[in-house]
Design a protein around this ligand. Structure first.
Ligand code: SF4
Length: 667
């Protein structure tokens, strides 16, 4: 038995350090690495038995060729040379008939390592394929923060300990940021207060002193109402506003008068007296910090909402206090020259870009040229992309040549013409950075590949060879590329322990020195003249005013991560089936009871659930946590048959929480 260091590869801010016990080439246990500066030895429930994912009997071990109808999941085994030859010859013929842009890659963050995650970029750039705008997560959050703070670095997560008020705004940290939550607990232990602002009582409410529930998509109105009261009651930090902000006189004159607490109550559902009390407590705090979640931004008004909330700390000077301000996400991108992986220079010229949130549209309606081939790697769009019915109709097209590189026979893989078995993170090399801390870490394979599985990097090397690409870049190994990246200097990595990094330990980088606020004006930009709306304001979400009566929250689960971890029996069991939660009063009004088989529906589709009547959910809201593979769904569709392809106001992001549905009893 020996122990290897590795990193959690999933799309989570923490990038936890792992210690993997290996015996006879198999992972026998996976534990947290106590030496990891951020995760400090603990893992979330999903990763505590990662060996059960890695050695799941569901793992794909050989390439597969389709033998049945698309979606049937009927395949026969093939060799790697046979599979690669088929892909290359079909692509050559498609390129001759339709041009390379008829080929569309599709990937997101099934694995977060820089090399494996981005391994397809140089290949598809060299091919001249359509580009994918990878915006399914929180680009609107980034756009909103940048509008106010530019490139100002996020505080170190340990600074949260120093806050006397932490506002968890739109973040179910128990599910999505468990190690950031340790810092929040420490702040509370030291006497600080914790608030949660949410659309329903998530499990994170148990971590908070006060929970404030607002109508979905109305958070920006609450932020404006708080600013209104802060100004009205003389709770502003005038010295900070004068010295470090741009545009407060305009904000004060043109916007804030429109958001008195009574109007904010009408917009958010939060009683005016609570808005007043929140503002007074926030204004009185010495070092308040708002932890801004991703959920806030998955609405048609998502970027404006985040931008508005990011203005709030400036009014009380919180950005100037240790621990105060707002915590969005750490951006350690500068630590490595990512362009050396993505290789934009290989593009043959301008190519079109397809937004990943509009895959259904791209497969069904896009022309010039029509998408004739889809290559999916470490993503499962058949269930995670919005508007599932449109996506599945596209995947079912007989003239669409689909290749899926995956660890499991996912719903997307079932529609593939060719399935390629993928390595897990324990079986390949990679280089990781985090977005909830400043840690970076190198991982080497802890195990040999399961079966004949191969990494993204290896498969794109094989495809490059088969397509006749001569560039030496495609012939190097993942470790060669990692060595190259680490050989390039970066001010972020100055002074780090290079030896520790080389031997696979996590080390912390730091933002290079610079001005306090890294915006064009050098100030917090309450007014940003480069934005379509120079001042923050409340924009209604897409679904406001739509007819179905219930707002649908497609929230994260504690025991899954999007569609990842559905392969694990014990984690599925802890999720207790595919349920939709409803307020007791709403259930009674509809004659529905706990445990009823119900269907939620709207103009896009209909999805079967088991009903859970829950006091955690306010009236007018329905909550469906997690994404389920169709084989485990009570009906034929999962929750994204109810979510739309509409995009956010900035950033081209997804709007998963901005949908209305109705509900009825089945049977
Ligand atoms: S908390 Fe996040 S990074 Fe850590 S083990 Fe869980 S999913 Fe992975």
């Amino acid at each position: 038995m020996h122990v290897r260091r590795s990193v959690c590869p999933y799309d989570c801010p923490d990038a936890c350090g792992l210690l993997v016990e290996v015996e006879d080439g198999l992972a026998v246990s996976v534990k947290g690495d106590p030496e990891h500066p951020h995760s400090r030895g603990s893992l979330c429930p999903k990763m505590n038995r990662y060996q059960d994912t890695v050695h799941s009997p569901r793992r794909l071990t050989v390439p597969l060729l389709r033998t049945g109808p698309k979606g049937s999941g009927r395949f026969e085994p093939a060799t790697w040379p046979e599979a690669i030859d088929r892909i290359a010859s079909r692509w050559r013929s498609l390129i001759a008939d339709h041009g390379a842009q008829a080929i569309l890659p599709y990937s997101y963050a099934g694995t977060m390592g820089l090399v494996q995650r981005n391994a397809g970029h140089p290949f598809f750039h060299r091919l001249g394929a359509s580009r994918l705008d990878r915006t399914i997560c929180t680009p609107a959050k980034g756009a909103g923060l940048e509008a106010v703070l530019g490139q100002t670095p996020c505080p170190h997560p340990t600074e949260l300990r120093n806050c006397d008020l932490v506002v968890l705004w739109g973040i179910n940290a128990v599910a999505t940021n468990v190690h950031g939550l340790l810092e929040v607990r420490e702040a509370r232990r030291r006497g600080g207060k914790v608030w949660l602002v949410e659309t329903y009582r998530t499990p994170t409410a148990a971590e908070a002193d006060s929970t404030f529930l607002v109508r979905p998509g109305s958070d920006g109105a609450l932020a404006l109402g708080l600013m209104h009261v802060l100004e009205r009651d003389g709770l502003l930090d005038r010295a900070f506003l004068d010295a470090h902000t741009q545009g407060f006189p305009e904000l004060s004159r043109e916007i804030l008068p429109d958001y008195p607490p009574e109007r904010v109550e009408a917009l958010t559902g939060l009683p005016a007296a609570e808005v007043e009390a929140m503002a007074r407590a926030y204004g009185a705090a010495k070092a308040p910090c708002i932890v801004i979640g991703g959920g806030l931004s998955r609405y048609g008004n998502g970027a404006m909402t985040v931008r508005t909330i990011a203005c709030l700390p400036a009014l009380v000077g919180a950005y100037d206090r240790p621990g105060g301000g707002c915590f969005g996400h750490t951006s350690t991108g500068g630590a490595f020259a990512l362009g050396e992986v993505t290789r934009e220079d290989l593009l043959p010229g301008p190519v079109r870009t397809v937004n990943m949130n509009r895959l259904g549209h791209a497969l069904g309606e896009l022309s010039g040229p029509r998408v004739m081939s889809l290559y999916v790697y470490h993503s499962n769009p058949a269930v995670v992309a919005p508007d599932q019915n449109a996506v599945l109709a596209g995947l079912a097209r007989e003239d669409l040549f689909t290749v899926v590189h995956e660890r499991f026979l996912t719903d997307t893989a079932r529609y593939a013409d060719i399935v390629l078995p993928a390595t897990s993170s324990l079986e390949h090399s990679d280089l990781y950075k985090a977005y909830g801390s400043y840690c970076i870490q190198r991982a080497r394979p802890a195990l040999p590949p399961v079966g004949e599985s191969r990494s993204n990097w290896e498969v794109f090397g094989l495809l490059a060879q088969a397509m006749g690409f001569q560039e030496p870049f495609f012939r190097q190994s993942a470790d060669d590329l990692i060595d190259h990246l680490l050989g390039l200097p970066s001010p972020w990595r100055q002074g780090i322990d290079e030896a520790a990094l080389a031997e696979g330990r996590a080390v912390e980088v730091a933002p290079p020195p610079g001005p306090r606020f890294r915006t064009p004006s050098g100030k917090v930009e309450l007014l940003n003249p480069r934005e379509p709306h120079p001042l923050p304001r409340f924009l209604p979400p897409h679904a406001e005013g739509e007819a179905p009566p219930f707002s649908l929250m497609t929230a994260p689960s504690l025991f899954g991560l999007n569609s990842s971890f559905c392969e694990r029996d014990e984690l599925r069991a802890r999720r207790k089936g595919m349920r939709i939660r409803m307020a007791p009063g709403d259930a009674e009004a509809r004659g529905l009871r706990d445990g009823d088989a119900v269907a939620a529906f709207n103009a896009l589709g209909e999805v079967a659930f088991a009903l859970e009547v829950s006091p955690a959910v306010p009236s007018g809201v329905l909550v469906a946590e997690g994404v389920w593979w169709l084989e485990f769904a009570p009906g034929t569709r999962s929750v994204n048959a109810l979510t739309s392809q509409r995009l956010t106001d900035r950033g081209g992001g997804s709007t998963f929480y901005d949908n209305k549905v109705d509900i009825r009893k089945l049977g």
